[in-house]
Ligand binder design. Structure first.
Ligand code: DNO
Length: 398
């Protein structure tokens, strides 16, 4: 396993020198300043890499090995006329990254919104803060703030009544905060953030786009990208839709084992791979994570290790739990990833799996500091330390 750590660039409050102290060896990052659809030039990549890899003599070096993510322009997802130039640009960025030695690329195909949460500071019983997705709050946003056309058809009468009472109990500031959290609040998102009017317009673009159409747009994109990726030895790692289900009337097509199966069966290629985001997939109860880790082992190039705790009464609501104390059996997931690495040992060019502690609680000195939601220093360090312990213990047993 290669321990990696996500870094958002020179403005990230967790610095490269601090990351060095965690013991991680690899950096996961992106040229966040380049607008979606534009080419990442070799010069830009090299100078970013230099910042990451600069190291005083005698200090432990860090390497930029994983990209998360090259954004996929909305026009590609919609297969709009003229989208081909964005596909070309995406391929050129990938070629430039490969030329600079960065060969594992995470990406996603989520329309309009990237990952989303309703609460960025959910207080845990121990006093730390976690991210949370609350389904009734989300419905309150959809029905009464966004007032999406025909949204009420997607909710039961009880759900509408519950959402109404949630909405009525929020003051203006809380409504604004909720809106901001959902459409503009999270770091690392690969879609633009919008005001509410633009957001409505963006959603309207997908009015007639079914899951089947979106899937075929993903497949046509990959049909163009994969041959080049293969030639360069690049590993693509699709990230699931988070939360993994349709929302706001948008189709979401990377949510389950069945979605992955069709992706890999349709386009078999050593470069067509996935990010096993344990937290995302496990936020729906019908995904069995240790089984998925075993089933898709050869395609897993990257893994985000974290878990959620779902509400017993409303399984679509969850908060992000401690890395080893969520609804998912993290030890068994790691065991399956280690088994996959052992299987790879006999292959030529066998590669280790990049893992990173995904999202951490805001705790101790993180509290009161400006942090990127989910990307606190101490919270993630705790996650990494726990995961590292499991990896060490399991590896020794073998
Ligand atoms: C959140 C993340 C997402 C993810 C992108 C991948 O923490 O997992 O921002 O990076 O959706 O393309």
């Amino acid at each position: 396993m290669r321990e990696s750590w996500r870094w958002f660039g020179p403005n990230d409050p967790v610095t490269i020198d601090e990351i060095r102290q965690t013991g991680a060896t690899d950096i996961v990052s992106a040229l966040h300043h380049v607008p979606a659809g534009e080419v990442w030039t070799k010069e830009e990549i090299q100078s970013y890499k230099k910042v990451i890899e600069a190291c005083e003599p005698g200090m432990a070096p860090l390497r930029w090995t994983v990209v998360e993510s090259i954004p996929v322009h909305e026009d590609i997802k919609l297969a709009r006329p003229g989208h081909e130039k964005y596909v070309e640009n995406w391929i050129t960025s990938m070629e430039n990254l490969a030329a600079c030695g960065v060969k594992t690329i995470c990406y996603n195909f989520m329309p309009v919104i990237d990952w989303t949460r309703t609460d960025l500071q959910y207080r845990l019983p121990n006093g730390a803060y976690a991210l949370r997705f609350d389904q009734p709050k989300f419905a309150a946003f959809d029905l009464f703030i966004l007032q999406r056309e025909n949204a009420e058809c997607e909710y039961s009468e009880d759900e509408i009544a519950q959402a109404k009472s949630v909405f009525e109990n929020m003051d203006e500031a809380q409504r604004e905060q909720l809106t901001n959290n959902i459409i503009a609040g999270l770091p690392g998102r690969m879609t633009d953030s919008y005001g509410i009017a633009d957001f409505r317009a963006m959603l309207a673009n997908y009015k007639d786009v079914s899951a089947q159409t979106l899937r075929s747009n993903l497949f046509s994109f990959l049909a163009k990208v994969l041959p080049r990726a293969e030639a360069l030895g690049v590993k693509l790692a699709i990230h699931p839709d988070d939360p993994p289900r349709d929302m706001l009337g948008l189709p979401r097509i990377v949510c389950t084992a069945a979605d992955l199966k069709i992706l890999f069966e349709t386009l078999p290629s050593p470069s067509n791979g996935m990010t096993l985001c344990v937290g995302t997939y496990s936020s729906r109860p019908d995904n069995d994570l240790p089984a998925m880790a075993a089933q898709f082992g050869p395609q897993i190039h990257f893994s985000h290790l974290r878990g959620v705790s779902r509400d017993p009464e409303e399984q679509r609501s969850f908060y992000e739990a401690s890395h080893l104390d969520s609804d998912v059996d993290m030890v068994s997931v790691i065991d399956a990833l280690l088994a996959e690495e052992r299987r790879r040992q006999d292959e030529p060019d066998s590669e280790e799996i990049f893992i990173r502690p995904d999202h951490g609680h805001q705790m101790m000195d993180d509290i009161g500091k400006t942090v990127n939601p989910g990307y606190s220093g101490i919270g993630r360090l705790k996650g990494l330390a726990e995961i590292r312990g499991v990896i060490r213990a399991l590896s020794k047993r073998l």
